[in-house]
Each structure stands twice: as structure tokens, then as C-alpha cells.
Design a protein around this ligand. Structure first.
Ligand code: HEM
Length: 504
């Protein structure tokens, strides 16, 4: 190639780059007019990330918190890169989006593309109509009868948790990382409820499940970025073929799943209580397109395994960590909780409280609920508008626009929860697990897509909290308030959070 030709190519490449950047800038600039054109108050965006310029510096939770402080009205427009999105801030709008008019908001906005089958086919991400069939098939996994049985194992693992604390953090004097400790506990329990296998990373045994869960809950910079893109810039995530579950975790899940299935086949056994068995039935019952290969059915099963593991571990371990932190700073409330547990043990004459006993501990439930109010792990409930919808006389939501219910705007509304920054279990003492208090309490979401693992999650937190508080007094060991992990899309304490355990 002669020199002139080389310069000509460089010149053209330069033109093309300049024109592409100019076109992109023009496109962004036009998109950024969206809310202004409709007369809706909005957060001023900047090129090229819109209102997402904070990512990897602070958590999305923090963003939702600041957004509701800055725009306390009923709703506010924002931009997820170039995409206009609406945040709604009131119980009434939450009710309409999540329940009353849910046929206009059937799916979630997040998406990770066909190149990521486990990421795009799980119950959390999958779109209708596949979602409704799947939800119908999976719901029986969470009946009271099953939950009662699993509670026995949750209690066994909670006892292991108490022992580990004694070994490592009382006698061993090691500083505890609460998030990691509770991830181990929930990981041991989910191994049984998903695969029917009994493992104990808490007991220092090698656990194949911990190989998966420790991958899942490790929020490095890149993992956080990948997850953030899947949630808030799904088109870019699909283009870049990003993965909802890390490759390491997905490979382990496949390996364990097929090992369990093959072992059951070879021995001719089955286990009605775990998810594997349920999924094998689901595979037969799902009405997949005739041309869908068996790979799709297999991926559908594996995707549910992966999301159940993530759902069980991440949210409950964060909530327990924050609950212990608050109890450490609230000695009076801690004593009240201890008394409630102690009295129940004395009245029942049991060493360990069982399912029904735990359900009767109203103050223990109130401590967990108040933690979920102040620190909802999922700060927003996202939906995508699938049918043009008139929100108010002034606002019409067009098809394709994502709508986020800002849970923090509701949980921190002073008119609903006075002095919302304060942790006060008394305010949620008289409520039940199924009560959303007229859409003012939404840690598990609402409507058809509310959290399928709500009762399971509550129970695994109850067993752990009841045993821990009966054995240990908690003292503060970290500053108050706790910073949130900027890389985690779900709320998690930075550095995992810590307290001091003092044997009673
Ligand atoms: C403290 C515990 C938990 C919290 C705070 C929590 C929170 C949530 C929230 C806010 C949603 C979205 C709801 C909506 O959009 O309306 C959700 C959905 C979901 N959660 Fe949970 N969760 C918890 C425990 C669990 C557990 C233990 C599992 C699994 C066993 C689980 C599995 C799921 C799944 C599969 C979905 C998607 C449901 C669907 O779209 O049909 N979660 N969760």
C-alpha cells in the first residue's frame, strides 16, 4: 500500500468516527428532551450515561435514596443512558403499576439477551408468556408443608452458625464479616432446598454450593458493572453478551444439577421436597414451541436453579447483617427480643423453636420487618410498559418506557413512617407477613411478580436470628450508619458489616 492510499484510509476513518460521534451526540441530545417535551419534572442528564454517571462510585440504592430526596413529588423522569425512565414515589402509583393495571406492566425492564440462557430464562428475568407458565409451575415449591420441613434444616444450619461464631469469633477472636457469614448459612440451606444435598461450609467442610454462592456474592468492580448494565442498560448488555451469572457459577450449577439427576436416575430414587424434582416435572409440563430443542428445556431448568440460589443467599444475608448491626446499636430492643425468644423456649419446653413457634414471635418478625423497611435490599421495583398507559391526566407512559417504583421514597416518607431514619421495630409490630400496609411496605414487591421466596426468606432469617440472639448479646463494632457497597446492585453493607458477639 502506498503512503497516499494509507493517508486516504486514515482520513476516511476519521470522517466516519467524527460523523458517528456527532450522530450519537445528536441522538442522545434528542432523547434527553423526552421528559422536557412532556412537561414532566426530571433529573438533568449528561452525555453519555444520562443519569447513570454515578455507577461504580455509589450504589443504585443510594441513587434511589438521593433521587427521592431531590424530587419528593409523585414521580420524576430520568435517563438510563439515552433511555427515558419514570420513577414513581407514592403508594397509590405503586398499587396501580404493580397490581391494578399490571396488564400494562407485565415484565421487568432488565434483560441479558439470548447469548445468556441462564440469565434470560430465569423467573426473575423471563418475559411473558413463558413467565406465567413457569410461575404457576414453581409456586407449589413454597407451600407451608414444604416450608415446615425445610425449617427443620434451617434450624440445624442455624445451630451450626452459632457454633461457628463461638469457634471463630468468640474463642478465635476473629473479626466477623456478617455478609459472608450469613451467605454461608443461606448457602448451606439452599443446597438442600434446591439439590436435596446436605453440605456445611459453616462446619468447615468443603461445600460444592459454596463454590457457586461465593462466586455469586462477590461484588468485584467488573461483576458489579456487568450486573448494572443488565439491569439498567439491557440493550448494551445484550450487545456485549454480558452474563447475569458468572461463568464459574453457571458451570458449577450445571455440573451439580446433572450429577444429582444422574445419581437419582441410576438409583431410581426421587426427592419430592427439592427443586430438582420439581424442575424435571416442569420440563415435561411447559408448553415450549415444537421446534424448541431439548437445550432450551435444559436451560430453563438450570436458570431456575441459578436464580433460586442467588435469591436465597443475597437478600437474606444482607437483611440479617443490617438487622444485627441495628440490634447492636439498640440494646433495649435487643433485650426485648431476647426475652420474647427466651419466654417462648420456656413455655414450649423446647431447645430450638420450630416453624409455628417462630411464626408466633411477633417482636422478632417486627425486627426483621423494620430492617426490611429501612434497608430494603431491592430499592426499586422495575417494570416495562407493554401497553400505552395513562398514569394521570398529565402523564401518559408509552410502550417500551421502563417504570421504577422507588421503594425508598415510600419507606422513608415521613407521613407514613415518622422519623424514617430511625430503626423502630415497634412500628411494624402488629402486622403480618402478607400485609403490604396499603402499599407502604414493599420489600418483597407486589402483584403477580412479587417475590416467590418471601416466606422462605423470612423463615430462614427467623431461625438464624432466634438462635443467635438467644446465645449472644450483640455490641457495636462498626460505625453507624453503614456505607453501602457501591458495586452491588442489591443493597449490601460495604465490607460486609460487623458486630461483636458476647456469649450470654
Ligand atoms: C429477604 C429476602 C428477600 C427479599 C427482600 C426479596 C425481594 C424480592 C423483590 C423486591 C423481588 C421483586 C418483586 C417485584 O418486582 O414485585 C423479588 C423477586 C423474586 N425473588 Fe425474592 N427476595 C427475598 C428472598 C428470596 C428467596 C429466598 C428466593 C428464592 C427461594 C427469592 C426468589 C425470587 C424470585 C425467583 C423472584 C422473581 C419472581 C417473579 O418475577 O415471578 N427471593 N424478590
Amino acid at each position: 500500500m502506498d503512503v497516499n492510499m494509507f493517508y486516504l484510509i486514515i482520513q476516511w476513518l476519521l470522517y466516519i468516527t467524527v460523523i458517528s460521534v456527532a450522530l450519537f451526540y445528536w441522538f442522545m441530545h434528542r432523547s434527553f428532551q423526552y421528559w422536557k417535551d412532556r412537561g414532566i419534572v426530571y433529573e438533568k442528564p449528561s452525555f453519555p450515561l444520562g443519569n447513570l454517571g454515578f455507577i461504580m462510585r455509589k450504589s443504585f440504592w443510594q441513587f434511589c435514596f438521593e433521587l427521592k430526596n431531590k424530587y419528593p413529588g409523585d414521580y420524576v423522569g430520568s435517563f438510563l443512558a439515552w433511555k427515558p425512565a419514570l420513577f414513581v414515589n407514592t403508594p397509590e402509583l405503586a398499587r396501580r403499576v404493580l397490581v391494578k393495571d399490571q396488564d400494562s406492566f407485565q415484565d421487568r425492564y432488565l434483560y441479558s439477551g439470548y447469548s445468556d440462557p441462564l440469565g434470560s430464562l430465569n423467573l426473575f428475568t423471563v418475559k411473558n408468556p413463558v413467565w406465567s407458565d413457569m410461575r404457576h409451575e414453581l409456586s407449589p415449591m413454597f407451600t407451608s408443608l414444604r416450608l415446615k420441613k425445610i425449617t427443620e434444616l434451617m434450624n440445624i444450619n442455624s445451630t451450626e452458625l452459632v457454633r461457628k461464631i463461638e469457634r471463630d469469633h468468640v474463642k478465635g477472636n476473629k473479626c466477623v464479616n456478617l455478609k459472608e457469614l450469613f451467605s454461608m448459612y443461606t448457602s448451606d440451606t439452599v443446597a438442600f432446598s434446591v439439590f436435596g444435598i446436605r453440605v456445611s461450609v459453616l462446619n468447615d467442610h468443603l461445600s460444592p454450593l459454596w463454590a457457586i454462592t461465593s462466586h455469586m456474592v462477590k461484588w468485584t468492580f467488573w461483576r458489579g458493572l456487568e450486573f448494572t448494565m443488565i439491569f439498567f442498560m439491557p440493550a448494551v448488555a445484550a450487545l456485549l453478551k454480558l452474563k447475569f451469572f458468572s461463568v464459574g457459577a453457571s458451570d458449577y450449577i450445571k455440573e451439580i444439577f446433572w450429577n444429582v439427576v444422574n445419581e437419582r436416575k441410576s438409583k431410581g430414587t426421587s426427592n419430592d421436597r427439592d427443586l430438582v424434582n420439581h424442575l424435571l416435572k416442569l420440563k415435561d409440563n411447559l408448553k415450549l414451541p415444537a421446534d424448541a430443542g431439548s437445550e432450551l428445556a435444559d436451560n430453563l431448568m438450570l436458570a431456575q436453579v441459578a436464580v433460586f440460589i442467588l435469591g436465597s443467599v443475597e437478600t437474606s444475608s444482607s437483611t440479617l447483617s443490617y438487622c444485627l448491626h441495628e440490634l447492636a446499636y439498640h440494646p433495649e430492643e435487643q433485650e426485648k427480643l431476647f426475652k420474647e425468644i427466651d419466654e417462648a423456649l420456656q413455655t414450649t419446653g423446647k431447645d430450638i423453636l420450630e416453624y409455628d413457634d417462630l411464626m408466633n414471635l411477633s417482636y422478632l418478625s417486627a425486627c426483621l420487618r423494620e430492617t426490611l423497611r429501612k434497608y430494603p435490599p431491592v430499592a426499586y421495583l422495575d417494570r416495562i410498559c407493554n401497553k400505552r398507559y395513562k398514569l394521570t391526566d398529565d402523564v401518559v407512559i408509552e410502550k417500551g418506557i421502563p417504570v421504577f417504583v422507588n421503594v425508598l421514597a415510600i419507606h422513608y416518607d415521613e407521613n407514613i413512617f415518622p422519623e424514617p431514619e430511625k430503626w423502630r421495630p415497634e412500628r411494624l409490630n402488629a402486622t403480618s407477613d402478607s400485609d403490604n400496609l396499603q402499599f407502604t411496605f414493599l420489600p418483597f414487591g407486589e402483584g403477580p411478580r412479587f417475590c416467590i421466596g418471601k416466606r422462605y426468606g423470612m423463615m430462614q432469617m427467623r431461625t438464624a436470628l432466634a438462635q443467635l440472639i438467644h446465645k449472644y448479646r450483640l455490641e457495636p463494632a462498626a460505625p453507624y450508619p453503614v456505607d453501602s457497597d457501591p458495586y452491588s446492585v442489591i443493597l449490601a453493607p460495604a465490607d460486609g458489616g460487623t458486630v461483636k458477639f458476647v456469649p450470654r
